[in-house]
Design a protein around this ligand. Structure first.
Ligand code: FES
Length: 111
């Protein structure tokens, strides 16, 4: 049961962190939606066709993930917030126990 730290910035620049303990084997998007994390819209329900589940995975965690597949790579060109190093679609990340403690930044917007 990995715990993931979701980091967001308030409009005044204040950093807030929401810690979510997730089921091993679910996706990062499912964990965020189930926990009510604000900033993950996930309009397509995990089909990798909406890019509204964009997150920026921080190091060293980004390097621990399997590389993004072709569909994910393509959709990352359509995120509302500019793609950055570490940008991923959270619906394409399966959580494992090895990812316990992972920190991801939420982009300021998904639309
Ligand atoms: Fe739509 Fe991830 S939920 S691309």
């Amino acid at each position: 049961m990995p715990t993931i730290h979701f980091v967001s910035l308030t409009p005044n620049g204040e950093r807030t962190v929401q810690d979510v303990t997730a089921r091993t084997g679910c996706t990062l998007m499912e964990a965020a939606v189930d926990a009510g994390v604000r900033g993950i819209a996930a309009d397509c329900g995990g089909l990798a066709t909406c890019a509204t589940c964009h997150v920026i995975v921080t190091e060293p965690w980004a390097a621990k993930l399997p590389p993004a597949g072709g569909d994910e790579q393509g959709m990352l060109d359509f995120t509302a917030w500019p793609r950055q190093a570490g940008s991923r679609l959270s619906c394409q990340i399966t959580l494992t126990d090895d990812l316990d403690g992972m920190t991801v930044d939420l982009p300021p917007k998904q639309y």
